[in-house]
Design a protein around this ligand. Structure first.
Ligand code: SF4
Ligand code: SF4
Length: 109
C-alpha cells in the first residue's frame, strides 16, 4: 500500500482553487458510455468542461469547469472563512493530495 504523503506549506491566497469546479468520475464506466477518451473529451469540450487527469491506476477521471465560487472576494480571500456553518467542508480540507495548481503554497512529500 502506498505511504500517505505529508502535507507542508500554507495557503498563499492565490485563489486558484476557488476559480474552478473539479469533479471526479469512474473512468471505466465513463469510457464505456462515450466509447473512448477522445469522444469523451469532445463531448465535454462543447460544454466548457476539460478532462484534466486520467488516473488509470485508481480508475478515476477528473474534470474541471471554469466556474468561480461566489464567496471568493476580488483580492482572492474566502468571504466565509472561519464561518463553520457556511464554509464547505471540502474547502477546509483542501488540498489533501498534490494538485496541479503551480501557485499553491502546499506541497506533499
Ligand atoms: S467557499 Fe471559500 S474556500 Fe471554498 S471555494 Fe468558495 S471562496 Fe474558496
Ligand atoms: S490553490 Fe493553494 S494557495 Fe491557492 S488559494 Fe487554494 S489552497 Fe490557497
Amino acid at each position: 500500500m502506498a505511504r500517505k504523503k505529508k502535507r507542508t506549506g500554507q495557503c498563499l491566497s492565490c485563489g486558484e482553487c476557488c476559480k474552478v469546479v473539479r469533479i471526479s468520475a469512474v473512468l471505466d464506466t465513463t469510457l464505456r458510455q462515450h466509447g473512448n477518451l477522445e469522444e469523451l473529451k469532445k463531448y465535454q469540450a462543447y460544454r466548457g468542461i476539460k478532462v484534466v487527469d486520467v488516473d488509470r491506476e485508481n480508475n478515476r477521471l477528473y474534470y474541471e469547469m471554469n466556474i468561480a465560487c461566489d464567496k471568493l472576494t476580488p483580492d482572492n480571500r474566502c468571504s466565509v472563512h472561519g464561518k463553520h456553518e457556511l464554509k464547505p467542508l471540502i474547502c477546509d480540507k483542501y488540498p489533501w493530495f498534490q494538485d496541479n495548481i503551480q501557485s499553491c503554497g502546499y506541497r506533499f512529500e
